[in-house]
Design a protein around this ligand. Structure first.
Ligand code: PBG
Length: 325
């Protein structure tokens, strides 16, 4: 035998030298839930190890994240029920929870990249990402609300806005509104390929944001489809997106690859709440090694072509990658 692939696997040193994919804490974004109060760490039952943090506790965790090399946080606010309404107007409140969290993080940790979600659902009494009228999720009527929400976040100091709502035309509406207010440096991470997935369940528990009626299939993509992703990529690029995000992560590796091959923009992948919950649940039963499976999941998304990985396991992964565990 002349050709022996095993020669390149013979030792850790050789394997590291020939490794085609690298994963570092700099690839990671930590999605975090923020809630009112102080000193609050409220664990989410379907996401063991993940908490709804009050702003002070969140800043403490982010300081730790920053030391570990994690440079991005994606914020999701837990909005009190009495503040929810059909138009999600609390999202525009300059002193609302999210806006206060942004200001606090940026003043304590200016180097932390703050990414904020643009969609109505955490603020909406209907639990949908857009405006609901007679059971229908309205597209064009939602766009100005999203644009104003993005501007409110930019005023508070966010670095990147991340429309996750899947309304048609929202990237352009947001870009124009940001530019009109002088926020030309605020980036847009478009949830470009976001599927109508059942893996978002634990996230909706965390925010109590499940749709009060119907589902999200008229706006999020159909899990059966691949080709229509090309249309979404083309549109988001033309509308001025800076990053394209694919979601969920591991079940959609083909879509990460497709996005990578059809765009020169940075590609992000979101290892979502249900993916995290599956690992934790199996590990709790002693059926899987959480740490190894987490790193493998993240590495596989990198291999498929993702540059940026959103994962609830960001701090765990960063510690493991730094050899601190
Ligand atoms: C809502 C939003 C969702 C997630 C991020 N932004 C849920 C949804 O679309 O219902 C899911 C994230 C996760 O499951 O981790 N705009």
């Amino acid at each position: 035998m002349i050709d022996r692939p095993r020669r390149n696997r013979v030792s850790p040193g050789i394997r590291d030298l020939v490794a085609e994919t690298r994963l570092t804490p700099a690839n990671l974004v930590w999605p975090a839930f923020v809630t009112e109060g102080s000193g609050v760490r409220d664990e989410i039952s379907s996401m063991p190890g993940i908490f709804r943090f009050s702003i002070d506790e969140l800043v403490r965790e982010l300081t730790r994240a920053h030391v570990l090399g994690v440079q991005g946080v994606a914020l999701f606010p837990v909005i009190e029920n009495n503040l929810k309404d059909p138009t999600g107007k609390e999202s525009l409140n300059p002193d609302g929870l999210l806006q206060r969290a942004i200001r606090n993080i940026k003043s304590n940790l200016p180097g932390m990249v703050v990414i904020t979600d643009v969609a109505l659902d955490p603020y909406s009494s209907d639990g949908h990402d857009g405006l609901v009228m007679d059971g229908e999720i309205l597209n064009d009527e939602t766009l100005p609300l999203l644009a104003k929400m993005a501007v409110a976040q930019a005023r508070a100091g966010t670095d990147v806005v991340a429309p996750s709502d899947m309304m048609d035309g929202r990237v352009l509406a947001i870009r124009e509104a940001l530019d009109a207010e002088g926020f030309t440096k605020v980036g847009i991470c478009s949830y470009c390929l976001k599927y109508a997935s059942a893996f978002y369940g634990p996230f909706r528990d965390a925010l109590d944001s499940a749709p009060r009626g119907g589902d999200k299939k008229t706006y999020q993509m159909d899990v059966r489809n691949q080709r229509e992703a090309l249309r979404e990529i083309e549109l988001d690029e033309a509308e001025g997106a800076d990053w394209l995000l694919v979601k969920p992560g591991l079940p959609f590796l083909d879509m990460i690859r497709l996005a990578r091959e059809n765009s020169a923009l940075p590609i992000a992948a979101y290892h979502v709440s249900g993916e995290y919950a599956m690992l934790k649940a199996a590990a709790a039963k002693g059926w899987l090694d959480y740490e190894q499976c987490l790193l493998e999941s993240l590495m596989c998304m990198r291999r498929a072509g993702a540059d940026i990985l959103f994962t609830y396991g960001a701090l765990d992964a960063a510690e493991l990658l730094q050899g601190n565990r």
